[in-house]
Design a binder for this molecule. Structure first.
Ligand code: G3P
Ligand code: CA
Length: 254
C-alpha cells in the first residue's frame, strides 16, 4: 500500500494493471499479467466468473464471444470447454494459444510477486462464488494482514458485504460509475464494509476524493487509457489508478 506523505513529499499512487497489461496483450491471460509484472505494476486486476461445472475462471464478459474463438455464456460451458478455447488470437497471432486462466493458478503464480485486485464479475449469476473465492484465498493463507496485497471488489454491493463477513481481514472495494453512489449517505454506507471506493474517472472530483478519505477509505479509479486520464487522476490525488497501460509512470514517483 502507498505510504503516508512526509514533509510535503507526495505519496505514491498504486498502479493497477486492468485485466493485465491490456493495451499490449490479451486481457485476463497469463501473457497480459506477466507483462504487467515486467512493467512493474503494483497490482494486477482480474475478473472472476465460474464455469458450468464450478471452476473459477478469469474472463471479463459474461459470454466468451469477444475474447475467444468460441461462443456462448461462460456459465453454460464446462471448464474443459472453456479451457479448449483460444483466448489470445483476437489480440494478435503472436498470442495464439493463450488459455482462459483459473483463479487458483493465478493466485499460485502471482502471490508474493504482485498485488492482486480480484473483481467478482456478475456474482449474481454464480450463487456461492463468494464462499469459493474465500476458500481459495484462505487455503493459501492470503487472508492474513501481512499478506494484504489482495483486494476484492465488485459492482455487486451485497456480494461485497458477504465477502467482508467471509474474509474480515481482506480489504473490500465497491465499484461504480453512478453519481448517485457518491452522496454522503451512500459513501457512509459503503464505509461500513468497504476499504476502497473505486469509481470510473468521469465522476471523480477532488471533493469526492476528500470525502472518501475522511471516511477512512481509499479511492482507486478506472479505466486509464491515456496519459491525460492518468495525469487527471494523479492531480485528484487518488490512491490507485486502474490502467490498461501499467507502463505510464506517475511523474511524482521520480
Ligand atoms: O477495476 C475496475 C474495472 O475493471 C471495472 O470495470 O468493466 O473493466 O470490469 P470493468
Ligand atoms: Ca474488472
Amino acid at each position: 500500500f502507498a505510504g503516508e506523505p512526509t514533509n510535503g513529499e507526495r505519496k505514491k499512487v498504486d498502479n493497477v494493471a486492468h485485466r493485465g497489461a491490456t493495451a499490449y496483450a490479451p486481457e485476463n491471460t497469463i501473457a497480459a499479467f506477466d507483462l504487467a509484472v515486467n512493467m512493474k505494476a503494483d497490482y494486477i486486476e482480474i475478473d472472476v466468473q465460474r464455469s458450468k461445472d464450478g471452476e473459477l475462471v478469469l474472463i471479463h464478459d459474461t459470454t466468451v464471444d469477444r475474447t475467444t474463438d468460441g461462443t456462448g455464456k461462460v456459465g453454460d460451458l464446462t471448464f474443459e470447454q472453456l479451457r479448449s478455447l483460444d483466448a489470445g488470437s483476437w489480440k494478435g497471432e503472436q498470442f495464439a494459444g493463450e488459455k482462459i486462466p483459473t483463479f487458483d493458478e493465478i493466485l499460485d503464480r502471482y502471490r508474493g510477486k504482485v498485488g492482486i485486485l480480484v473483481e467478482l464479475k456478475a456474482p449474481e449469476l454464480y450463487p456461492g462464488m463468494e464462499e469459493q473465492v474465500a476458500a481459495a484465498i484462505k487455503k493459501r493463507n492470503l487472508d492474513k494482514p501481512r499478506n494484504n496485497k489482495i483486494i476484492i471488489q465488485s459492482f455487486n454491493f451485497e456480494s461485497m458485504k458477504k465477502m467482508d463477513k467471509l474474509l474480515p481481514r481482506v480489504p473490500i472495494g465497491v465499484l461504480t460509475s453512478n453519481r448517485a453512489h457518491t452522496t454522503p449517505e451512500a459513501l457512509q454506507q459503503f464505509a461500513t464494509y468497504a476499504d476502497w471506493f473505486n469509481p470510473s474517472y468521469g465522476i471523480v472530483t477532488e471533493e469526492l476524493v476528500n470525502q472518501v478519505h475522511s471516511l477512512g477509505m481509499k479511492i482507486g479509479s478506472w479505466t486509464v487509457r491515456s496519459q491525460e486520464a492518468a495525469d487527471f487522476l494523479f492531480e485528484m490525488k487518488v490512491d490507485a489508478i486502474i490502467t490498461d497501460y501499467p507502463d505510464y509512470v506517475d511523474p511524482r514517483k521520480k
